[in-house]
Design a protein around this ligand. Structure first.
Ligand code: AHM
Ligand code: MG
Length: 334
């Protein structure tokens, strides 16, 4: 029987290899994975636990919070605040940063997360997930929001956990993309795939088509050409998928290719997009790039953007390289 490699063993071995992850980062990743296991348990209880439905509160983005948004946020904070590996955390569900309380030692890392991505899918039993990103706190006393405003290229770890038919943790520390599947009997994540690769070409796109009339011209052009199929300029038929949970859509693309788009649109022209740079777009961009794909905001590489605020939004085109390059070129030609 092939031997099973747990996440713990994988991380310990990565730590041993020179130049790979330091011990505190290993601890951090183990703690995040443990929190994801707890969230996975809560998710799977569904109507049998007190986890479904609205929390009757709004987050800083003006979105109604679900009970699970709040539960997942608390689980991640509680798990991570005492270990000594973190200086502070930032979350989609919190207005400001959460500084590790004085009663605990402070570490050098900053953790950002979308605790429960795809909230609108919670109550309908469709895949949802947790997305996270890790930065190193810049030198200097104390910790502030400013410390989080680093380009995605500075990330030292990024990943997500998708709570679907299987619970799957997908991780990068800058050395490719590794996939772990939760073994529920053992209660541990087991390595199930290494060096995930996104094919350069695809026939599958993911975009919320109901926003079509609000798109900018380059996006309309790109999708029109896909829709014309083999009779159009692309010369091939395309398929469309839209789960409505970024984790699930990006996971599909990491697994079999595709392009994921959430572009700027005219509904709210002052917002760069719907998705958040620090805890959605950056970690997903790094995973996609590490798997050989590409990720831009239509104009530039997402990971080159220096954020100006914690909850900054961004237009997103990510996935199979040739498609992302094409839609990015359409933006520069427009
Ligand atoms: P959330 O983090 O509040 O769940 O919002 C982000 C989600 C993404 O997972 C998904 O791609 C997108 O919002 C779906 O938006 P829409 O409902 O406009 O299709
Ligand atoms: Mg989200």
């Amino acid at each position: 029987m092939p031997k099973k490699i747990s996440l713990t063993r994988y991380l310990v071995e990565q730590q041993r290899m020179e130049g790979h992850i330091p011990p505190e980062l290993r601890l951090l990743l183990e703690v995040v994975a443990r929190a994801c296991k707890r969230i996975s348990q809560a998710v799977s209880k569904g109507a049998l636990g007190d986890v479904m439905g609205s929390a009757e509160s709004e987050n800083v983005q003006g979105e109604m919070q679900k009970k699970l948004d709040i539960i997942a946020n608390e689980v991640l904070i509680e798990a991570n605040e005492w270990g000594g590996h973190l200086a502070a955390m930032a979350s989609e569900e919190m207005e400001g940063i959460y500084v590790v309380p004085n009663r605990y030692p402070q570490g050098e890392y900053l953790l950002m997360f979308d605790p429960l991505d795809g909230s609108s899918n919670i109550d309908v039993n469709v895949s949802i997930g947790t997305i996270f990103s890790v930065l190193v706190k810049p030198e200097g006393a104390g910790v502030s929001e400013q410390d989080f405003l680093q380009a995605g290229s500075k990330q030292v770890a990024a990943g997500y956990c998708v709570y679907g038919p299987q619970t799957t943790l997908v991780l990068t520390v800058g050395d490719g993309v590794t996939v772990f599947t939760l073994d529920r009997e053992q209660g541990s994540f087991i390595l199930t795939e290494e060096d995930l690769r996104v094919p350069d070409d695809t026939k599958e796109f993911a975009i919320n088509m109901s926003n079509q009339r609000h798109w900018a011209a380059p996006v309309t052009r790109y999708i029109d050409e896909c829709m014309q199929g083999r009779d159009g300029p692309r010369g091939k038929d395309f398929n469309m998928r839209w789960v409505g949970s970024m984790v699930a859509d990006v996971h599909r693309i990491l697994t079999r290719g595709g392009i994921f788009m959430y572009p700027w649109d005219k509904r709210e022209p002052d917002k760069a997009g719907k998705l958040r740079l620090l805890y959605e777009a950056n970690p997903m961009s790094w995973l996609i790039e590490q798997a050989g794909g590409a990720s831009t905001n239509g104009q530039q590489r997402i990971m080159d953007i220096t954020p100006t605020k914690l909850h900054e939004r961004v237009s997103v085109f990510m996935g199979s390289k040739n498609e992302v390059e094409r839609v990015t070129r359409y933006h520069s030609e427009a």
